[in-house]
Write a protein that binds this ligand. Structure first.
Ligand code: SOE
Length: 390
């Protein structure tokens, strides 16, 4: 609840497109459904195009706007900086915010590459500011339940971890060359954008990676040059084409430090799959399966069940006992994609204001980047690569 005498924490946000909207929504909702120790004040939103950022400020409910992020960071009324601009901007903005003593909330992947991510982590740790990477899917009630089941040992020893993150927005060769298809802006393609989520979920749920081996494809090597952006892709030129410099799909095998075997596939060419983020885990005592497209549900199988009654059961994670669920609606009144952002914002506000434990930090961003780069190296070498090597 917004309280008259409650402490305030002021956010300045860089970026106002897809993630900018998701984050703005989270800042608006967090005080209505949760009781953070400080009210988040949406102080300033920043973007290069004045008309665009002004319109976003009005529509999303920001108090002011800036067209220069340096100016926004320098403002004394900004306590923390939210970075959801394209990936090539993360490092410069984060380092400037950290140097100004501001806390940082950064979209994933943390950086264009591992070296940059490590630099960001070192700077944040040295300055003693709080830092977060927006791996939002950890914060869904069903995913939290999966973590609880595993931590309680109910799956026993983990044997298999299988993750898919499948989209199809590039299967049309005329989909234009958006920033996500340029290595210098995005770092990598499906790998850094969506395998990054699967890697983070795997680390969250079952622990660290040991070694990896991957393969990757760019199915369409040239696409129409972007003429206007909207949503993920935008509109393209009828005549001019440009080179795609990232992967369309990357898959890899993994061994985990706990002995589990992993399989991961990320693709933007999986016709019919829109945002199919799944994991399935098999242990000595049972299995669990989750799918973002049914995000409130967790399928669970326990081997100890009576044989004639055993089978996968579907748990609807909307009970007040399921983490975060009780803050929303009565049982069975499901939540959606945007709510995970509210939950991560809530946890980060608590972390900034009360020093409560928090993850994922820049350290998790770096750990994820290590796995991403180990996979890239394995593709280059055509051999397994130990994650400790990168
Ligand atoms: C685009 O592929 C994208 O929006 C990702 O960038 C997000 O992180 C993911 O949650 C959904 O897909």
């Amino acid at each position: 609840m917004v309280g008259i005498n409650k402490k305030k924490i002021n956010v300045g946000m860089v970026g106002y497109k897809f993630m900018g909207k998701a984050h703005s929504h989270a800042y608006k909702d967090v005080g209505m459904f949760f009781e953070p120790t400080a009210d988040v004040v949406m102080k300033a939103i920043c973007g290069r195009d004045e008309n665009g950022v002004k319109e976003a400020a009005e529509k999303f409910g920001w108090e002011s706007y800036e067209t220069d992020w340096r100016k926004m960071i320098a403002r004394e009324d900004i306590d923390f900086v939210d970075i959801n601009a394209p990936s090539d901007a993360h490092k410069e903005i984060a380092l400037a915010a950290i140097a100004a003593g501001k806390h940082v909330f950064c979209e994933k992947p943390l950086a264009l590459n591992l070296a940059d991510g490590r630099e960001m982590l070192a700077a944040a740790e040295k300055a003693g500011v709080k830092h977060a990477v927006c791996f939002n899917y950890r914060f869904l009630p069903a995913v939290q339940l999966a973590k609880q089941i595993i931590d309680e040992g109910r799956l026993g020893e983990i044997h298999h971890y299988r993750a898919t993150y499948l989209q199809d927005w590039l299967v049309d060769p005329n989909t234009p060359l958006a920033w996500r298809l340029k290595k210098e802006v995005a770092g990598s393609g499906a790998h850094g954008d969506i395998n990054a989520h699967s890697i983070d979920l795997a680390r969250f749920l079952i622990g660290e990676f040991d070694r990896v081996v991957g393969h990757s494809r760019t199915f369409v090597k040239e696409r129409p040059v972007l003429t206007g952006s909207s949503g993920l892709s935008g509109t393209g030129s009828a005549t001019e084409k440009g080179e795609v410099t990232v992967d369309d799909a990357t898959g890899f095998l993994a061994d985990f430090k706990n002995g589990a075997m992993g399989m991961f596939v990320a693709s933007r060419f999986a016709a019919g799959r829109k945002n199919h983020n799944t994991f399935e885990i098999h242990g000595s005592k049972g299995s669990i399966r989750w799918d973002l497209e049914k995000l409130n549900e967790l399928e669970v199988y326990f081997r100890e069940d009576e044989p004639n009654l055993a089978g996968f059961r579907r748990i609807l994670a909307t009970e007040p006992t399921h983490k975060y669920a009780g803050n929303w609606w009565p049982t069975g009144h499901i939540i959606g994609y945007e709510h995970a952002f509210v939950h991560i914002v809530y946890e980060f506000v608590q972390h900034m204001t009360t020093n409560s434990p928090f993850a994922p930090t820049f350290l998790d961003g770096v750990k994820c980047q290590e796995v991403l780069e180990a996979v890239d190296l394995s593709i280059e070498r055509g051999a397994w690569v130990s994650v400790d090597e990168v």
